[in-house]
Design a protein around this ligand. Structure first.
Ligand SMILES: *Cc1c(COP(=O)(O)O)cnc(C)c1O
Length: 383
């Protein structure tokens, strides 16, 4: 049997698979089992911000694993300490504490628990088309029957309101709401960029009602939108959830919070959370982002990419939009078949929702590579 046949025989079929076997990657290029080269515009859904096969991160992982690969968090470790300090110093002011976990959904799970523990309240408000993960707590915050329906009943106390609509949110608030959970740019929900004014009003509402603001930056974090964290362009949260690009491709999540957040000792934790190998990878990855100026790069190349996308003349395209190197092409029809066509022409892209093509290239992508992607998109979409 070949790779596809073995996978389809033995792996639980929860993923809508694409017809490609990837074996290698370098920078913003990927290679399949036939040696064919692709330009990556997916970054493993925003994981590979620093590109593939980074040697500094590989070396950090190798060396740390040999030195001390694992060290559970009841014991102190200098690499974990250094990363905690680094994240606090990198994040917006006031986010002074870190909890380490291993994925995005776990970061959300932690945030929901910390919000309940801190406020003594039970309810949450999230947004229509929001995506926050797939474990039972986060799943209740994730919008959409395709994710929730087979797994009912959901965690109680979660309401969804239309995204970027302050009045609707305001109407949904009552004294039982512990926190409001939002993305600044909806990643799975169609690359929808919120308004700064909306987030500022939400911030004031949270302060006036003693609610917490949780911002999910699992997808937008680490330079993707042209600032280290997207929230810098919108609002300062009480709790910031990170994962995906945090550790340069190694599984890791983190919850950053203000001094207001308090959780009883022993009430929460994670075996792998903050293991030195992942922490070393994260430190090395953050170093790469800073040294190579990837945040600035996402900003300038993102603006260039968006401008190029806007120049594509197509009756199939309703709108192009995005922030930094987090871009969406909304079609007037379902986008699935185009994702396949674009891949056949050597570019790997993502879907977002049903009718949006999502582009999340590694932040190391070059202007020339963007031009090549535009040529492919013109071939596929221009009338
Ligand atoms: C991917 C994602 C998650 C879930 O992360 P996992 O690591 O897959 O659990 C949560 N929130 C957002 C915004 C995401 O993009």
């Amino acid at each position: 049997m070949n790779t596809k046949e073995i996978t389809d025989t033995y792996e639980l079929a929860v993923y809508p698979k694409r017809d490609i076997v990837l074996v290698r990657g370098k920078g913003s290029r990927l290679y399949d089992d036939k040696g064919r080269e692709y330009i990556d515009c997916a970054s493993n859904i925003g994981v590979s911000n620093i590109g593939h096969g980074n040697e500094a991160v590989a070396k950090a992982i190798y060396e740390q694993y040999l030195k001390l690969g694992n060290c559970y968090s009841m014991l102190y470790n200098p690499v974990r300490a250094e990363l905690a300090q680094r994240l606090v110093n990198t994040a917006p002011k006031g986010l002074n504490r870190v909890f380490f976990c291993n994925s995005g959904t776990e970061a959300i799970e932690g945030a929901l628990k910390f919000a309940r523990a801190t406020t003594g309240r039970k309810e949450f408000i999230a947004a229509v088309r929001g995506f926050h993960g797939r474990t039972m707590g986060a799943l209740a915050a994730t919008w959409g029957p395709e994710y929730q329906k087979p797994f009912m009943p959901m965690l109680e106390g979660l309401k969804h309101v239309p995204y970027n609509d302050y009045e609707k949110l305001n109407q949904a608030v009552d004294d039982n709401v512990a926190a409001i959970l939002l993305e600044t740019v909806q990643g799975e929900g169609g690359i929808r960029v919120g308004d700064k004014e909306y987030f500022q009003k939400v911030r004031m509402l949270c302060d006036s009602k003693d609610m917490l603001l949780i911002i999910d930056e699992v997808q937008t974090g680490f330079g993707r939108t042209g600032t280290m964290f997207a929230c810098e362009q919108f609002v300062t949260p009480d709790i910031l959830c990170l994962a995906k690009a945090l550790a340069g491709g190694i599984p890791m999540g983190a919850v950053l919070c203000t001094d207001r957040i308090s959780v009883p000792v022993k009430s929460h934790g994670s075996t792998f959370g903050g293991n030195p190998t992942a922490c070393a990878a994260a430190l090395a990855s953050i170093e790469v982002i800073e040294k190579e100026g990837l945040v600035e790069r996402a900003k300038t190349l993102g603006a260039y990419f968006l401008e190029q996308l806007k120049s594509i003349k197509s009756r199939k395209i309703r709108e192009v939009r995005g922030l930094g190197l987090m871009l969406g092409i909304e079609l007037k029809e379902k986008a699935g078949q185009y994702v396949q066509q674009i891949m056949e022409k050597g570019v790997i892209v993502l879907l977002s929702g049903v009718n949006v093509i999502r582009l999340l290239p590694p932040l190391v992508i070059s202007r020339e590579e963007i031009d090549s992607v535009i040529i492919v998109l013109r071939e596929v979409f221009e009338d």
